[in-house]
Design a protein around this ligand. Structure first.
Ligand code: PEP
Ligand code: MG
Length: 567
């Protein structure tokens, strides 16, 4: 059995098709000067044909896939992409194929060296475009992935954007890639289409052969090559179990989210970009509890304008059709960088110049965003949330700027929702500890456990070496959550949570017991979370939380929660 990282749950049986588009031997030729125009034409024809093909594909897709494809097409049409290739033909007299190889590789290298996750994924797109053009130049027959045999398991280094868009998902029963993470495009698409997927399978494209029979477990990341009858049976049982669970979750689709004794909560989604709304609504999100607006900034080559932000927020507001959308203002810094905003290197970025601190210090950036959100609030139900609030002064300052923006819009006769709600993230212990005061001056809280944990136990959230210490079960974290909820409720304000803990089946009973009103999570967890909530009794959860608040160690807390859930 082979093992990789499971990124999309499910069991898949089928036959392998290995997509190998990157291993070509491109011959270097120095062409006679009079052939230069011919080579240039060959290259431009191949580029045009690749663009035409992509445009045709785009007509057959919609939603998130279309958006990814549009961005991809924009790169293809960017004149700066081809300068190096054309120069290699004109100045070095290379044949078109070799010029593409060196020209595109130098662009790819520039992107890869930018040392930025977003840029790294653009480098993959450019590599993909290079392969597409080379395929045209070399008249290669590419595997026809839009016309796959039923029950195909795709094996590839990484499924590229253009390949993903071409895929006929109906016939795909699994995806195995050599690289990629939980949030790579392939993984997101696989989850969207409920296709089992496994990444980080070293040398997968060399190990497997076309036609191999395999069975995969997309949760455990296990791959069985030529599975035995026994292995097949084991996986079939699991497959049936998953199908049963999925079917069972369907009944929660149109239900309210409330406990057996009538405590109603809201199950809402965390999203990054407007395109994520589709998945949120598909999974019956009751609203958006966190729009991480920094993704709009990270997806852009320059600081997004008021107009482009307005368009994005308006789109989300309209798609949600009256359901609440909480837009968090720019939360940059820490582990999130903007390539076009040069910030000084800091010794402790997570304790540094980030989020609201940076916005209050760069009013042009802050006001541009606030004006865009306010203008979009006229088209749906939007709320504004400030991240990383550590003191009442920051909240007051941020609100003053917001008021200034409102006055500006009024003087310009631009409409906005006068009742727009303003909340804050509780993700710093100091804020949790003065929550009673903060709640008097805002409309809601959303607890950000991802950061709250790191600041409470002094463990950097991405540091693998000390990750054991990073625990949502630590009694101190739970006490701070309680402080935040009680603080909000003391002023009749609602308290939500948008950290990862909100979507954790084990943790939900504790949060219900503490009185949390709104749970914001990855869309894929919503139906399951509704099942959990609807099978709980608030009274039992309250007793559970009382017992837990009296505990001294994370281990005790975790065990108590496991005991409760398994009972
Ligand atoms: C959090 O800190 O819990 C949170 C939701 O914000 P982010 O993960 O974006 O820092
Ligand atoms: Mg945070």
């Amino acid at each position: 059995m082979l093992k990789g990282k499971g990124v999309s749950r499910g069991i898949g049986f089928g036959n392998i098709i290995v997509l190998k588009t990157e291993e070509r031997n491109i011959e270097k030729k120095i062409m006679p000067a009079e052939k230069m125009e011919e080579e240039l034409k060959k290259f431009n024809d191949a580029l045009k044909s690749a663009i035409d093909e992509t445009e045709t594909q785009l007509q057959n897709i919609s939603g998130k896939e279309a958006e990814i494809m549009e961005a991809y097409l924009m790169i293809m049409k960017d004149p700066s992409l081809v300068v190096e290739t054309e120069n290699a033909i004109k100045n070095l007299n290379y044949n078109a194929e070799y010029a593409v190889e060196v020209g595109f590789n130098s662009v790819i290298q520039v992107f890869e060296n930018m040392d930025d996750e977003y840029m790294a994924s653009r480098a993959r797109d450019i590599l993909d475009i290079k392969n597409k053009i080379l395929g045209k130049l070399l008249n290669e027959e590419t595997a026809n992935i839009s016309n796959l045999e039923p029950n195909t398991i795709i094996v590839t280094k990484e499924l590229t954007t253009s390949e993903t868009a071409k895929l006929n998902f109906k016939n795909v029963s699994g995806i195995i890639t050599e690289i990629g993470g939980t949030n790579s495009h392939t993984s997101i698409m696989a989850r969207t289409h409920s296709i089992p997927a496994i990444t980080r399978v070293e040398n997968a494209t060399k190990i497997f052969r076309n036609g191999d029979s395999v069975a995969i477990d997309g949760m455990l990341g296990e791959i069985y090559l030529n599975p035995t009858e026994e292995e097949k049976q084991k996986l079939l049982v699991l497959k049936e179990q998953i199908q049963k669970e999925t079917n069972e979750l369907e009944q929660y689709r149109n239900m309210e989210s409330k406990t057996k004794d009538g405590f109603k909560v809201e199950l809402v989604a965390n999203i990054g970009v407007p395109a994520d709304v589709e998945l949120a609504l598909k999974n019956t999100a009751e609203g958006i509890g966190l729009l991480r607006s920094e993704f709009l900034y990270m997806d852009s080559e320059t600081m997004p304008t008021e107009e482009s932000q307005f368009d994005a927020y308006k789109k989300v507001a309209e798609s949600l059709n009256g359901k609440n959308v909480i837009i968090r203002t720019l939360d940059i810094g820490g582990d999130k960088e903007l390539k076009y905003l040069k910030l000084e290197k800091e010794a402790n970025p997570f304790l540094g110049y980030r989020a609201i601190r940076l916005c209050l210090d760069n009013l042009k950036i802050f006001k541009t965003q606030l004006r865009a959100i306010l203008r979009a609030s006229n088209f749906g139900k939007l709320s504004i949330m400030f991240p990383m609030i550590s003191s009442i002064e920051e909240l007051r300052d941020a609100k003053n700027i917001l008021e200034e923006c409102k006055r500006e819009l009024e003087s310009e006769n631009i409409p906005y929702d006068k009742n727009i709600k303003v909340g804050i993230m509780i993700e710093i212990p100091s804020a949790a500890l003065i929550s009673y005061k903060l709640a008097k001056e805002c409309d809601f809280f959303s607890i950000g456990t991802n950061d709250l944990i790191q600041y409470t136990v002094a463990v950097e959230r991405g540091n693998e070496k000390i990750s054991k210490l990073y625990s949502k079960f630590h009694p101190a974290v739970i006490k701070l959550i309680k402080e935040a909820i009680d603080g909000a409720h003391s002023q009749n304000k609602f308290c939500g949570m948008c950290g990862e803990a909100a979507g954790d089946e084990l943790y939900i009973p504790l949060l219900i017991g503490l009185g949390l009103d709104e749970f914001s999570m990855n869309s894929n967890n919503i139906l399951k979370a509704r099942k959990v909530v609807n099978n709980l009794c608030k009274k039992d959860c309250e007793q559970l939380s009382e017992r837990i608040l009296d505990m001294a160690s994370a281990e005790e807390v975790e065990n108590e929660l496991k005991k409760f859930v398994n009972n």
